[in-house]
Design a protein around this ligand. Structure first.
Ligand SMILES: [Zn+2]
Length: 441
């Protein structure tokens, strides 16, 4: 049976091609889709809408749900496990040992539950993940009603998920088939990084990506150190190697991308690679700076990710938008770099495009899936409102998200997660893992 909902708000930030910001308008949602966008004055007398559910949001902005283009969601259970360390020390001496000791299917389910609840509550409706047990990750996301791209991880070395490159790849293909039944989940191939995956498996990733039209989600040029080591061992920069292996194309989501030279920026512009920028993780691990302003001015699709909660330490896309806008200005020495409009594009439509979902989510346009959020600007810190777009990036806190819909289904109402999400149970499981890990370390 069809169900129509009319959501009226003070402003609608559409993030369409012209970035239209509408005042006193409504979104008509038909089942899981946005059916039309109409001025409130034209709603009276519409008999076809007489049976619709009405939601009035007087001081709110309606905008597309935020798209977190890079995270390791289950790592939320390792939030705060090792801080104030550089990337390789953090990874090799803390994260990898903890993962090999603790990560199993129960860890994934509890970690994803914590992350999904945190993200939905803060206005993120879709995220791009890379971690172990992507099958359990995907099913947990479907259950929580959050859209996700399951990263089918590929590494050279053995972990609890697979034993070698071929094993990772055969599991990736099997999980890709298995997850087709989940409406909120799509898949990406996720080779971890140039320094953890050798040429053989990477060639196969390039081949499967083109055959199955799957995005490739990979950490690339996270630090200058990564680039220096690659030159030492192979006399090649990582991007050059990926180019030779056939991976530079519109399916690639290259995460981090610090330490880039002009030729490399030219090459990724030419080949249509998307860049997932993670400003807070890069700053926290002192990894370096992604030249976002240069990339954007050359037309490269730059989206935004939080990275995992063990290196951020939250999954807050409002915080990430603000950090991205501020950091870009500091790095470029130009106050106009990454303006508010661009920061919102990076956190919505650009992420959707990178994930191959640009036609279905990322903006408020008729025919698209209703992945929507409402943000209440009547809070002290966001008054008065000269410009709702600037307010969202420079002054808004994620806790001002009052309503969230994913695929037309309500996940947050009046600041509360839906009844089928048991916050207290999620927190109890997170604390259970903390005690277990602390007792045994
Ligand atoms: Zn990462």
């Amino acid at each position: 049976m069809n169900h129509t909902t009319i959501i009226s708000a003070r402003w609608i930030v559409t993030v369409n091609g012209d970035f239209d910001v509408l005042s006193d308008s409504s979104i008509v949602m038909l089942n899981e889709r946005i059916d039309e966008i109409v001025p409130n004055s034209e709603l009276t007398g519409r008999e076809d809408l007489a049976g619709a559910t009405r939601i009035e949001l007087g001081n709110h902005v309606l905008m597309p749900g935020l798209v977190n283009a890079h995270t390791h969601a289950a790592m939320s259970l390792m939030r705060g496990i090792a801080d104030d360390l550089p990337l390789m020390d953090w990874l090799q001496n803390h994260i990898w040992p903890a993962e090999s000791k603790w990560v199993d299917r129960a860890f994934i389910r509890d970690g994803i539950a914590l992350a999904a609840a945190e993200m939905l509550r803060g206005g993120t409706t879709c995220f791009n993940d890379m971690y172990f047990f992507p099958d359990d990750m995907a099913r947990t996301c479907q259950k929580f009603g959050i859209r996700a791209v399951a990263g089918l991880i590929v590494l050279d070395f053995p972990t609890i998920w697979a034993k070698d490159g071929d094993d990772y790849l055969s599991k990736a293909l099997a999980v890709n088939d298995e997850l087709k039944e989940l409406p909120l989940v799509t898949c990406a191939l996720a080779p971890h990084a140039p320094y953890t995956v050798s040429d053989g498996p990477l060639e196969k990733v390039a081949m499967y990506s083109s055959e199955l039209d799957l995005p490739v989600h990979m950490h690339v040029h996270e630090t200058q150190h990564e680039v220096d080591e690659a030159i030492k061992h192979s006399a090649k920069r990582p991007l050059e190697r990926l180019d030779q292996l056939g991976l530079l194309n519109p399916n690639l989501i290259a995460v981090h991308m610090t330490a880039l030279n002009d030729l490399e920026i030219e090459r990724i512009a030419e080949t249509g690679v998307s860049v997932a920028h993670c400003p807070e993780s890069n700053m926290k691990l002192a990894s370096g700076f992604c030249p976002v302003h240069d990339l954007s001015t050359r037309g490269i699709n730059v989206c935004l990710g939080t990275d995992g909660a063990a290196s951020n330490n939250d999954l807050d896309m409002f915080g990430e938008m603000r950090s991205a806008a501020l950091l870009a200005k500091a790095v470029a020495g130009d106050a106009s770099a990454v303006n508010a409009q661009q920061a919102i594009r990076m956190a919505t439509i650009n992420g959707a495009r990178a994930l191959g979902l640009g036609d279905s989510i990322g903006s408020i346009e008729p025919g698209k899936k209703a992945d929507l959020i409402a943000v209440d600007l009547s809070h002290l810190a966001t008054q008065p409102v000269y410009d709702p777009v600037a307010q969202l990036v420079y002054a808004t806190n994620s806790q001002q998200v009052s309503h969230v819909w994913v695929d037309g289904v309500s996940r947050v109402t009046d600041y509360h997660l839906a009844d089928d999400i048991d916050t207290l149970a999620i927190i109890a499981r997170a604390q259970h893992w903390q005690h277990k890990i602390q007792r045994n370390s």
